[in-house]
Write a protein that binds this ligand. Structure first.
Ligand SMILES: [Zn+2]
Length: 149
């Protein structure tokens, strides 16, 4: 049996970014961010923190022009293995097409640590570890910089 251990690895990722406009927070993004973070007071979906909350685009803003609209629609309406509807908006807005990445169905609240922090954030880790981390008994147990078991 392999004992529990910490493993450090370096990954080289090559990604294609389609042509896109410079990123600016749209009015729709600001409205939806404020609704999720302030009006609904949604915590970080991973660790439950209400500190330093940000809203993550499930399908990346910069990748939106490479995304197939029919697939995203299936994702938001629960008909795809990547299904994503953490707040129930997919069912409420079923049939209304998601036309841009700032749509509320494409946003999720994460704290800065779970979103962008080096070695632990969604943008800084691989999908398999991030998914396992979110399903671990103690949140943030797998992507834990201080892991010393
Ligand atoms: Zn968090």
């Amino acid at each position: 049996m392999t004992k529990s251990h910490k493993q450090e690895k370096t990954i080289t990722e090559l990604a294609y970014y389609p042509k896109h406009t410079d990123r600016e927070a749209s009015e729709e993004y600001r409205k939806n961010h404020n609704y999720l973070v302030h009006a609904r007071d949604e915590p970080c979906i991973v660790c439950g923190s209400r500190e330093n909350r940000e809203t993550h685009h499930y399908f990346e803003w910069s990748e939106w022009n490479a995304i197939d609209e029919s697939i995203t629609q299936d994702v938001y309406e629960g008909n795809h293995w990547l299904s994503f509807d953490p707040y129930g908006f997919g069912e409420l807005l079923e049939g209304n097409k998601v036309k841009n990445p700032d749509d509320i169905r494409n946003l999720v609240v994460l704290c800065r640590k779970c979103h962008r922090e080096t070695e632990t954030g969604f943008h800084e880790t691989t999908g398999p570890l991030w998914i396992a981390n979110d399903a671990s008994e103690k949140k943030m147990e797998i992507l834990n910089k201080d892991y010393e078991k």
